[in-house]
Design a protein around this ligand. Structure first.
Ligand code: 5GP
Length: 119
């Protein structure tokens, strides 16, 4: 079964695509948590970070160069932003097609709220 992100890559479902090349695609998150919330996705369907192989290094490196480009284009490079990759249940990964979130456009607060931390 292709993931929802593979369907976006194949243009089978719509998305607001902001960048695409041979290795990655970037589109706006459908439920934005911040004024700028964009997902950058390797085109190869890697389920989680645990499934990454050395062959993925070019695409995974590309996530960062594209993140920097998107941050500049959206005017958040100077103020800053957060890059986030969730893996599996404890991180509440929802879509099992590896992706990087770019979150920015407002002050983001602490990385995790204190209440989420075990004592
Ligand atoms: P995760 O929790 O897996 O790191 O994040 C998945 C993200 O994908 C969520 O922020 C969610 O809003 C977003 N998302 C889920 N389905 C779709 C979709 O069909 N289109 C777009 N653009 N984003 C989606």
């Amino acid at each position: 079964m292709p993931t929802i992100f593979s369907k976006i890559i194949a243009r089978e479902i719509p998305a607001t695509i902001v960048y695409e090349d041979e290795l990655v695609i970037a589109f706006k998150d459908i439920r934005p948590l911040t004024p700028v919330h964009i997902l950058i996705v390797p085109k190869r369907e890697i389920p989680t970070v645990n499934d990454v192989t050395p062959e993925d290094e070019a695409a995974l490196g590309r996530l960062f160069t594209v993140a920097a480009k998107i941050a500049a284009e959206n005017g958040i490079a100077e103020r800053g932003y957060r890059l986030m990759v969730n893996c599996n249940k404890d991180a509440r990964q929802e879509v099992f097609h590896l992706h990087m979130h770019i979150l920015g456009g407002r002050e983001l607060g602490p990385m995790l709220v204190q209440a989420d931390m075990p004592e």
